[in-house]
Design a protein around this ligand. Sequence first.
Ligand code: AP5
Length: 220
Amino acid sequence: MASSFIVLLGPPGAGKGTQAEVLTDKLGLPHISSGDIFRENLKKQTELGQKAQVYMNRGELVPDDLTIAMIHERLSQPDAARGAILDGFPRTPAQAEALAKMLGEMGGQVKVVPYIAVPDQELIERLSGRWTCRSGGHVYHEKNNPPKVAGKCDVDGSVLYQREDDRPETVSNRIRVYSQQTAPLIEYYHSHGLLAEVDGTKPISQVTDEMLKTVQEHLK
Ligand code: AP5
């Protein structure tokens, strides 16, 4: 059977990372987040990390050629052979075309694209209250999803920090960039019969229930 890929689509702060953690758990597929891979490279000060940092700090997209090569490398690792939950990739029509080509070559296909819809004002509130775990990237919110102990990750006990690109001026630019460069993918995946809109304004557990139902229907 062709391996199954799920593409999570939605604006910055919609809840892609939050939901990907649950889907990974329930479906046993790896969570591949382009943003997490860039941040990991940045932490290790690799050449890719240093190049990406310039764009990330401005809230702009890292150029397609760098991003596509990075994902190509990640998808060629053995754990992605059965499929994966893709979070933050693709983000441009060129990336979507590149993904279709990569999956074609590896005998995989995108099975469903849950689109998590959330209005802009709510996104700003979510990103300004977000705390992220330093080692595993687990995500919290100071009001909506607080850790059991302030400043510490429930999963691995590591320190929580606020992302550099969650500063208000960078967040506004990320939302603008999303509308201009990524939102066209809503129509792209709709026209391929893969889009499944999920109301992302509901509480996290309700979004998860809706998302799981949709995903499981498409994986049958
Ligand atoms: P990336 O790391 O992908 O960031 P993003 O897409 O902007 O998404 P976020 O991680 O900010 O949000 P999310 O949707 O995962 O929300 P979360 O679950 O954390 O990218 C960062 C940068 O890397 C980009 O700007 C770009 O420079 C570069 N990059 C990455 N991929 C690229 C690509 N493909 N091409 C080019 N450049 C790329 O939730 C947010 C907060 O809300 C949390 O605090 C959470 O607890 C809370 N929350 C979640 N769900 C709910 C809910 N239902 N109700 C209330 N609160 C909620």
